[in-house]
Ligand binder design. Structure first.
Ligand SMILES: NC(=O)c1ccc[n+]([C@@H]2O[C@H](COP(=O)([O-])OP(=O)(O)OC[C@H]3O[C@@H](n4cnc5c(N)ncnc54)[C@H](O)[C@@H]3O)[C@@H](O)[C@H]2O)c1
Length: 340
C-alpha cells in the first residue's frame, strides 16, 4: 500500500484530500499545526469527521483513525525543522502533498512574518526532507494569486507571474521557484497546484462564501469590496480534489521534472451574481455594505485548464448553483440556522 503525507490535513482542502486518498487505497499520514488563524474548533471537527479522536490528540499530540482506516494524524509545525526531519526518518512517503500554509490576502498585510514562516521556511523544510528521503512525487499548493493584476484572461500557466500584488502571492510564487530549483538540482519530481477560489462543505470561515452565507442568514451586512466589481473563478472543492487526484501519478519529466497546473472551474462569476446565489439558498436578501478595493486583492480570476485537461482529462463537474446548494446544506447541518 502506498503512503501519502498530507500537510495541512486539518485544513479545508486537506480534509477533503485525505478522504479522497483513503478512498483511493492510500495509507495517509496527516500533519497540521492547528493554528488559530481561523477557528481551531472547525479544524478539530474536520479531524473528528476523519476518525481522529480529539482527546487522544490532545493528550498525545497524535492519533490514528478510529474508523479502522489507514490514517494517522500528528500535530506538527512545518517550520519545525527537527520535527519534520524526524517525521521523514520514521516514515516512508511515496507521495508528499503540501497544503499547509498561511492563506489569506488581507491577513498578510497585518501578519507578514507568519507567511514567510509557514510558506517559505516551512516549504523549505518540506523540500529538504524530500531531497533526503526521495518520495516518488511532491505536489504542493500554489495559488491563482500568482497571476496578479493581469488583464489577459483566461490565465494560462505559461503566462508571466512576476508581479504579485500581495505578500501571500509572493510566497506562493516563491514556492514554485524553490520547487523548480530543487527539481533541477536533485531531480525531485514536483508539481505546483494553482488553485482558484475554492468553496464547498467544511469551507474556510475567512473566505467570502462562508462570510456571506453566515451574515445573510443572520440578517447582518456583508462587506462587498470594489463595489461588487470583482469576479472569481469559484471552484467547488470536489473539482479541486479531482484535479489533484488526477495528477498524483502524472510525474513531470524532462531535464527539470517540475510543472505547474491551474485547477479551476474556468467560468468566472461576477461577485453580485455570486451574492444572488447566496441569497437564493439563504432565502433572504443580502444587506450590502459597499467598500473600496482591498489592498493586495485582484479584480478577477479565470483559469485556463487546457494543460490539466490535456495531461489528465480533467473537467470540472459542479456548477455554481449546485455547489452553493451543497455548501448551504453542509453549513446548516453543521451550524444550524442561527448565527455562528
Ligand atoms: N482555499 C482556496 O481558495 C485556495 C486557493 C489557492 C490556494 N490555496 C492554498 O491551498 C492550501 C490549502 O488551503 P485551504 O483553503 O485548505 O486552507 P486552510 O487554512 O483551511 O488549510 C491550511 C492548513 O494548514 C495549516 N498550517 C498553516 N501553517 C502551518 C504550519 N506552519 N505547519 C503546519 N500546518 C500549518 C493550518 O492550520 C490549516 O489547517 C494553502 O496553501 C492555500 O494557500 C487555497
Amino acid at each position: 500500500m502506498k503512503q501519502a503525507l498530507v500537510t495541512g490535513a486539518a485544513g479545508f482542502i486537506g480534509f477533503h484530500l485525505v478522504r479522497a486518498l483513503l478512498r483511493a487505497g492510500y495509507a495517509v499520514v496527516g500533519i497540521d499545526n492547528l493554528n488559530s488563524y481561523y477557528s481551531p474548533a472547525l479544524k478539530l471537527a474536520r479531524l473528528t469527521e476523519s476518525g481522529i479522536d480529539a482527546d487522544t490528540l490532545e493528550k498525545e499530540g497524535k492519533a490514528s483513525s478510529v474508523k479502522g482506516e489507514p490514517y494517522r494524524f500528528l500535530k506538527l509545525d512545518l517550520a519545525h525543522r527537527e520535527a519534520m526531519e524526524r517525521l521523514f526518518e520514521e516514515n516512508h512517503f511515496d507521495l508528499v502533498i503540501n497544503l499547509a500554509g498561511q492563506a489569506g490576502v488581507r491577513y498578510s498585510i497585518e501578519n507578514p512574518y507568519s507567511y514567510v514562516e509557514s510558506n517559505v521556511l516551512g516549504f523549505l523544510n518540506v523540500l529538504e526532507c524530500c531531497r533526503h528521503h526521495r518520495p516518488d512525487h511532491l505536489l504542493y499548493a500554489s495559488s491563482s494569486s500568482v497571476y496578479g493584476l493581469q488583464e489577459t484572461t483566461p490565465y494560462r500557466e505559461d503566462q508571466m507571474t512576476d508581479t504579485p500584488v500581495s505578500l501571500y502571492a509572493a510566497t506562493k510564487k516563491s514556492n514554485e521557484l524553490m520547487a523548480h530549483a530543487y527539481s533541477k538540482l536533485y531531480g525531485i519530481p514536483a508539481t505546483g497546484l494553482r488553485f482558484f477560489t475554492v468553496y464547498g462543505p467544511w469551507g474556510r470561515p475567512d473566505m467570502a462564501p462562508f462570510l456571506f452565507l453566515r451574515n445573510v442568514m443572520a440578517g447582518q451586512p456583508i462587506r462587498v469590496f470594489n463595489h461588487g466589481n470583482l469576479s472569481r473563478d469559484f471552484t467547488y472543492v470536489d473539482d479541486i480534489i479531482a484535479g489533484v487526484m488526477s495528477l498524483l501519478n502524472h510525474l513531470p519529466s524532462g531535464a527539470v521534472p517540475h510543472s505547474v497546473y491551474n485547477i479551476g472551474h474556468s467560468s468566472p462569476v461576477r461577485l453580485m451574481d455570486f451574492i444572488h446565489e447566496i441569497e437564493r439558498v439563504a432565502g433572504r436578501p443580502a444587506v450590502m455594505q459597499m467598500e473600496e478595493m482591498q489592498p493586495g486583492d485582484v479584480y478577477s480570476t479565470f483559469a485556463d485548464t487546457t494543460r490539466l485537461h490535456d495531461a489528465t482529462g480533467y473537467a470540472p463537474r459542479v456548477a455554481l448553483p449546485e455547489g452553493i446548494s451543497r455548501f448551504y446544506e453542509w453549513y446548516v447541518g453543521f451550524y444550524g440556522e442561527g448565527t455562528v
